[in-house]
Design a protein around this ligand. Structure first.
Ligand SMILES: O=C(O)CCC(=O)C(=O)O
Length: 298
């Protein structure tokens, strides 16, 4: 593996070596990119969202004012599209320190099409090996996840794992049935061609941001702790130049360009087309749908 000292963006300043590292290995860590004040704000907002105070979401349980935030949050894995109901989360999509990195590794012109807010309560399973471009296909392979650690992410509480360089073939790998109980998903990638040493945990402190390429193989394990949440806000971005043929596995009508986007930097070349509001926030199910056989369990 190449010189790992370039793996980190220091003090929020991205260097040409960082950009090269991202190209070579498909991910990049920016430690302390967000301040602890911002992290407190995100944590408080997370509790408000799951308490139902930012709007109704199917499946959210009734909350008594006597319930602590932990009592509420311990039932959940994640909510998709929280920025649709929370102006605080929406404001973080365009966090200046995040977009400054994106403009170096994606394009001068960047749009966001998805947010996910994980709490990953103790005992909750992780996400099996996957490539995000399988789910969110861009036309120019520009998809990037910006994974904001709100809590410290550790091996114990289910941090991300990545296979550095696995984005390089630039193709979508075949998905197979998942047999590992650590993961909630019914499918996974066959990673048997890789050695254990090729697979690394991404343990980061709260306030750090992990940027990762849409073709990178990544996963996360179960939260094995008794009391620690693993809260993370993951926002997905792509170049504004690429149209987005994303039908969300058939949930939305097929389209050449899903315009449910938020521009976060630069100019929108498709500004003549209206922005739409079709994605609704929803809770992530304990077991996630399989495209292989159509099984769907809650
Ligand atoms: O945070 C996690 O546990 C998984 C996140 C992930 O796989 C993703 O954002 O694509």
């Amino acid at each position: 593996m190449k010189n790992l000292k370039h793996a980190q963006i220091e003090h929020g300043k991205i260097t040409p070596e960082n950009v090269q590292y991202y190209k070579d290995f498909g991910y990049l860590i920016a430690s302390n990119l967000l301040s602890q004040q911002e992290i407190v704000e995100l944590k408080q907002e997370t509790a408000q969202i799951f308490r139902g105070n930012r709007g109704k979401i199917d499946g959210l349980a009734e909350v008594s004012p006597l319930d602590s935030d932990s009592d509420v949050l311990k039932k959940y894995v994640a909510i998709h599209f929280p920025h649709k109901i929370s102006s605080v989360i929406k404001s973080y999509l365009s966090h200046k320190k995040v977009t400054a990195v994106l403009q170096k590794i994606v394009s001068e012109n960047v749009k966001c099409m998805q947010s996910m807010l994980f709490v990953k309560a103790p005992g909750k399973q992780g996400q099996s090996w996957h490539q995000d471009e399988y789910f969110i296909p861009t036309r120019d392979k520009s998809l990037v996840g910006a994974w904001i650690a709100i809590d410290d992410a550790t091996i114990e509480n289910g941090c991300l794992w990545v296979i550095p360089g696995s984005q390089n073939p630039g193709s979508i790998k075949r998905r197979v049935k998942n047999e590992d109980a650590a993961y909630a998903d019914l499918e996974t990638l066959d990673i048997s061609e890789y050695d254990e040493k090729d697979i690394i945990p991404v343990e980061v402190k709260s306030g750090s941001v992990v940027f990762f390429n849409g073709y990178l193989y990544h996963s996360s394990l179960k939260n094995k702790t008794e009391n620690n949440f693993r809260t993370a806000l993951v926002n997905h971005y792509m170049s504004a130049e690429s149209m987005l043929p994303w039908d969300q596995d058939g949930k939305l009508p097929a389209t050449e360009d899903l315009r449910d986007i938020v521009m976060v930097a630069g100019k929108d070349p498709y500004a003549h087309k209206p922005i739409v509001d079709v994605n609704q926030p929803y809770l992530r199910q304990a077991k996630v749908k399989s495209k292989l056989d159509g099984n769907y369990e809650n």
